[in-house]
Design a protein around this ligand. Structure first.
Ligand SMILES: Cc1cc2nc3c(=O)[nH]c(=O)nc-3n(C[C@H](O)[C@H](O)[C@H](O)COP(=O)(O)OP(=O)(O)OC[C@H]3O[C@@H](n4cnc5c(N)ncnc54)[C@H](O)[C@@H]3O)c2cc1C
Length: 265
């Protein structure tokens, strides 16, 4: 059903909606959990633990936030005058509480002037943001015997939400790359799952081979796998190639998401 330019199905709103910051707290020195609230957040929709939320930020710190008022937010955004056009970035819904109309998003602070990371560092109660629900990708087929979850800290919200949602005895192996022990968080891991933190140390994010080295040494269980791999694009591509070419896992049983791309500063 479409109301004006707004597509609505089963009460879900398919356009960017306004929200504001309720709380901003550090989980680690490089990870902030930002809690948002909004009058419409109970109609955001939620399809699974890696649910994609597109965030809309004011074009400059302190500037007013204008949101494209359409389900086709991309052409609407492009049609906006440049000085009003919000900055859009991709994040994961870490928690959605429909009853309280609240959403948590965990932001990696990567400290190089990226607008979303910079916003998360200083966001304070009352600050405004737009959020658009864009579906989930994690989808293990019904015949899956075991799961492999691989990612860097940008995939930490998705992988921890997957682990929390797994039935107790589902066999799962999670490998997560972070900078160091201080970047680890507490994760509720079901009985059938193991979680290994991989530290890249002084190597900058996106430049480390700790993930592929750990994978090469990993004995994979027998049976039919499903792999969820997300993080820096080159890492994800290398992992996917390893799983499909060297481990013989069928391509369609590997989800891979390039969550960010290392660029020269
Ligand atoms: C489906 C999906 C879900 C995602 N979920 C999350 C999430 O829950 N939490 C989260 O923190 N990120 C998540 N990301 C990644 C996030 O969208 C990117 O890190 C994004 O580039 C951050 O925007 P920015 O404005 O801070 O930096 P940008 O303006 O995009 O980039 C500025 C510079 O920072 C570098 N950069 C970007 N991200 C990182 C990083 N993580 N580490 C080091 N350097 C970086 C870029 O190479 C570039 O040089 C997700 C991405 C996708 C596609």
């Amino acid at each position: 059903m479409t109301v004006g330019t707004i597509a609505v199905d089963a009460g879900i709103i398919r356009r960017p909606m306004l929200a504001e910051v309720v709380a901003n707290r550090p989980l680690t020195p490089h990870l902030r959990r930002i809690t948002l609230t909004g009058a419409e957040i109970d109609r955001f929709g939620y399809d699974g633990p890696d649910h994609l939320v597109r965030i809309f930020l004011a074009p400059a710190p302190g500037a007013e936030l204008h949101l494209p008022d359409s389900a086709q937010w991309w052409p609407a955004l492009k049609a906006m005058p440049e000085e009003l056009r919000p900055v859009v970035r991709n994040y994961t819904v870490r928690r959605l509480d429909v009853a309280r109309r609240e959403m948590d998003i965990d932001f990696v602070l990567h400290g190089d002037g990226g607008p979303a990371s910079a916003w998360a560092l200083t966001a304070a109660p009352g600050d405004r943001i737009g959020v658009f629900s864009d579906g989930a990708s994690y989808a293990p087929p019904a015949d899956t015997d075991w799961q492999l979850l691989v990612g860097d800290e940008t995939a930490l919200p998705a992988i921890t939400a997957v682990l929390e949602a797994l039935p107790a005895h589902t066999r799962a192996i999670a490998l997560i790359e972070v900078g160091s022990a201080e970047d680890e968080i507490e994760v509720r891991t079901p009985a059938g799952a193991t979680l290994t933190w991989l530290h890249r140390g002084d190597t900058p994010a996106g430049g480390s081979d700790v993930v592929i080295r750990a994978l090469r040494e990993l004995a994979l269980p027998a049976g039919t796998p499903y792999a969820f791999v997300a993080g820096e694009s080159a890492m994800v591509t290398t992992v996917r190639r390893h799983l499909c070419t060297e481990r013989g896992i069928a391509k369609e049983r590997v989800y891979f998401g390039g969550y960010w791309k290392l660029t020269a500063h």
